[in-house]
Design a protein around this ligand. Structure first.
Ligand code: SF4
Length: 730
């Protein structure tokens, strides 16, 4: 990315933070909190998600057969199915059916994807969006900023100003009730007058040709029942085999998206309807000759089905949980975190599949891979992986036949013309080795003004960030110099390998020393062998080939220790998350499983030792010391936050945990020139909580390297890893 592009991106994000950020934040927080509350009421939330996923897997596997089945079902019911190859094909058919008549629409992302409104209007039809938020955007001539709540970026006051200026009502509109009533009456007339109703479909059952529409306003059924011709537009992935299969989705979709136990309207239609459904005065409503057209759209989906990496995108039920749970989305919204149509975490998959990789490239880097969305997704899609794969493909876009010339000159497996910023952060392990070998010179040099200017210009590293300071004496050197473990293998209750991740070995050396002393205090004999870096840094930049090589090296380095019965103890949560997650994709199943089941986060391990009878009397007790603790995103996803809190509680610390899920730093993300402001904006929530009266005097503790770095820049007081708190020699 050029300097100007970075500058433009930074300005755009700053503008959106200032203009839309507060509204998006407030509303997505409500949705996200609602999701936690509503899903907690489910007896078997996880089981329901498994059920939903299994149905989607089966659907996509049998898609050609189900398409055939739904065509038969709809035709038997008296309707028509049109299979459209792409947007142009779909629009040609839709405009032919509409024939220039006025159209009322309920909300449909698929119709936005194909730009049906523009095409209908070009054919002479008047098109009215009858979903309130879509109507607001139609009046404002703006694009949606969220896949479920498209006008989430607008406040009530802004909508009132918009309506008052556009419609000039007799009495100015002000309250939510007045605005809704006005839109209801205005759109009611349009619905009465229109002859064509267009809807999307959340699900289409292949056995009966039934459409399931999940809405909040009931406008979809009005559009269907009050018009002569119903056109439903749906991507082919919206099929499910049978009506019975709707059950888990109906349970999950509202809870996951808007946090409602059930949405206001769940309408099941098996069109065409066979009777007039309402009358007005003496006039009967639409008669028996109502038409129904189901336009099933491919537009890249069948290719996505054949693509092993993008295929999972087709399981998406567009609930928006991945957007609502994402810290970056919560702060900047879909006008930055989105492409031509889709927004939020899964938008990368959709945009790359139905539009283009270029559209996905615009916002793909906003996914930091924190993986919080994976637990939020009702069909368990590995959203960060889809983002990583597309990032990798973008990196390879500029591949040339001369790439072999740089082979061996870079420590990675990537193409020669890859973005320099990505190459810099992706090769952090090599940089750290060099940095330690030349410290303190390397640290001095990186802190000089000219170096900062150059790094900002050529690598896009924001000069307002201080780069981590490398330590001349690495953790491994210190460990060797002290003569290895102070607990001999024969006297030990257990043996463990402390994984020397690049941050602990070269930068956060004190937390590594503390970990050694804590483990020894609990009777563990420790080893710190040379082990390759996990590959997290290259993976975060989409350098999959390089990350995969690291995975194999790590396993080769650790296998002999696992064979010898040693546990692998990991301090950096993002590295443990690699072992527990992404390594599944890189290593043979058995190897990944062995490494995962023998690896532990440091405080999880301490907790396990204490629970199994180890004495904690040598650990430093808290004596009521107040602690403000921020856990790491991936640590939370792995369900490991509670272990740290339990250990600190047990040792007498008074722990306050952060309510904020993300510190905003996310590895290299917060260092990047184009994302610095967003990173600080996300971090400001954590800052407020830890600066509040009940936290101001507490010792600040965090598990992840980047969280520690962010906290140091947000708060003017030092922070440390929890293992340093309980270090016997602190
Ligand atoms: S990826 Fe999952 S969480 Fe995101 S919109 Fe789709 S179904 Fe919902």
């Amino acid at each position: 990315m050029s300097v100007d592009d970075r500058q433009r991106k930074a300005e755009r994000i700053r503008h959106l933070l200032d203009t839309e950020g507060n509204n998006v934040h407030e509303n997505t927080q409500v949705f996200n909190d609602g999701r936690y509350e509503s899903t907690a009421d489910l007896e078997d939330y996880d089981g329901l998600k498994d059920e939903a996923r299994a149905i989607k897997e089966d659907t996509i596997e049998r898609l050609p057969e189900l398409i055939h089945q739904v065509i038969e079902a709809v035709e038997t019911n008296g309707g028509t199915v049109y299979l459209a190859d792409d947007a142009a094909d779909a629009n040609r058919y839709i405009t032919e059916v509409a024939g220039g008549r006025d159209v009322v629409k309920s909300k449909s992302m698929t119709s936005e994807e194909i730009e049906a409104n523009e095409s209908l209007e070009a054919s002479g039809a008047d098109v009215w969006e009858t979903d309130l938020a879509e109507f607001v955007l139609q009046v404002a001539d703006e694009a949606p900023s969220h896949i479920v709540a498209p006008a989430i970026h607008k406040s009530r006051e802004e909508i009132a100003d918009l309506f008052n200026a556009h419609f000039d009502p007799e009495e100015p509109l002000e309250t939510a009730e007045e605005l809704t009533q006005f839109a209801r009456e205005y759109l009611g007339e349009k619905i009465m007058d229109a002859e064509v109703g267009m809807t999307g479909a959340n699900f289409v059952t292949a056995d009966t040709g039934t459409l399931a529409l999940v809405t909040s306003e009931g406008n979809a059924r009005k559009c269907v029942q009050a018009t002569d011709t119903h056109i439903a537009v749906a991507g082919v992935e919206k099929l499910v085999p049978s009506v019975e299969d709707l059950q888990p989705f109906v349970e999950l979709i509202g809870r996951s998206g808007t946090g409602q136990d059930i949405t206001s309207y769940i309408s099941l239609f098996t069109p065409p309807g066979d009777s007039p459904t309402f009358d007005e005065g003496d006039e009967l409503g639409p008669g028996d000759d109502r038409e129904f057209h189901l336009v099933l759209i491919d537009n890249g989906r069948m290719e996505m089905r054949e693509d092993d990496q993008l295929r999972e995108t087709l399981y998406c039920i567009r609930c928006s949980a991945c957007a609502n749970s994402c810290a970056n989305f919560q702060h900047v919204g879909g006008h930055a975190f989105g492409g031509e149509t889709y927004s939020g975490g899964i938008a990368t998959g959709w945009e790359a599949g139905v539009h283009s990789q270029d559209s996905a490239a615009e916002f793909n880097d906003l996914c930091t891979g924190c993986s919080r969305c994976v637990n939020a997704c009702p069909v368990k899609i590995d959203i960060p992986w889809i983002n990583t794969v597309v990032r990798d493909r973008i990196n390879h876009e500029d591949q040339t036949e001369f790439d072999f010339l740089v082979e061996g000159l870079t420590p990675d497996e990537e193409p020669g013309r890859m973005d320099l910023q990505k190459r810099f952060f992706g090769n952090y392990a090599t940089l750290a080795k060099l940095g330690s070998a030349t410290a303190p010179m390397s640290n001095w040099l990186a802190g000089t003004k000219p170096a900062q200017v150059l790094m900002e210009r050529f690598m896009g590293i924001d000069r307002r960030r201080d780069l981590p300071k490398f330590r001349r004496e690495t953790l491994r050197k210190w460990f060797e110099a002290r003569g290895g473990s102070r607990i001999s293998r024969t006297d030990a209750s257990r043996e463990a390998v402390l994984y020397p991740d690049a941050y602990t070995n070269h930068v956060q050396v004190e937390r590594g020393k503390a970990a050694v002393r804590v483990l020894e205090a609990l009777g563990v004999s420790v080893q710190i062998p040379e082990v390759a870096s996990s590959g997290r840094a290259p993976l975060s930049q989409g350098m999959i080939g390089t990350a995969e090589r690291h995975a194999h090296e790590v396993y080769a380095d650790l296998a002999e220790h696992i064979d010898a019965g040693r546990d692998v103890v990991v301090i950096e949560p993002s590295d443990l998350a690699m072992f527990a997650g992404e390594y599944e994709k890189f290593l043979p199943e058995q190897s990944a499983e062995r490494l995962d089941s023998n690896s532990y986060e440091i405080m999880e391990y301490v907790y396990g030792l204490l629970e199994n009878g180890a004495s904690g009397r040598e650990l430093r007790a808290g004596g009521g010391e107040g602690v403000a603790y921020h856990s790491h995103c991936q640590q939370r996803t792995l369900g490991l936050e509670a272990h740290t809190v339990a250990v600190l509680d047990e040792l007498g610390y008074d722990v306050l945990t952060s309510e904020t899920e993300c510190c905003g730093m996310a590895g290299s993300f917060g260092y990047k020139r184009e994302y610095y402001e967003l990173s600080m904006d996300v971090g400001s929530e954590l800052e407020s909580q830890f600066q509040a009266e009940n936290a101001r005097d507490r010792t600040v503790v965090a598990s992840g390297t980047s969280c520690l770095e962010q906290l140091e820049s947000l708060l003017e007081r030092p922070s440390q890893h929890p293992v340093q708190l309980v270090d016997p020699v602190r």
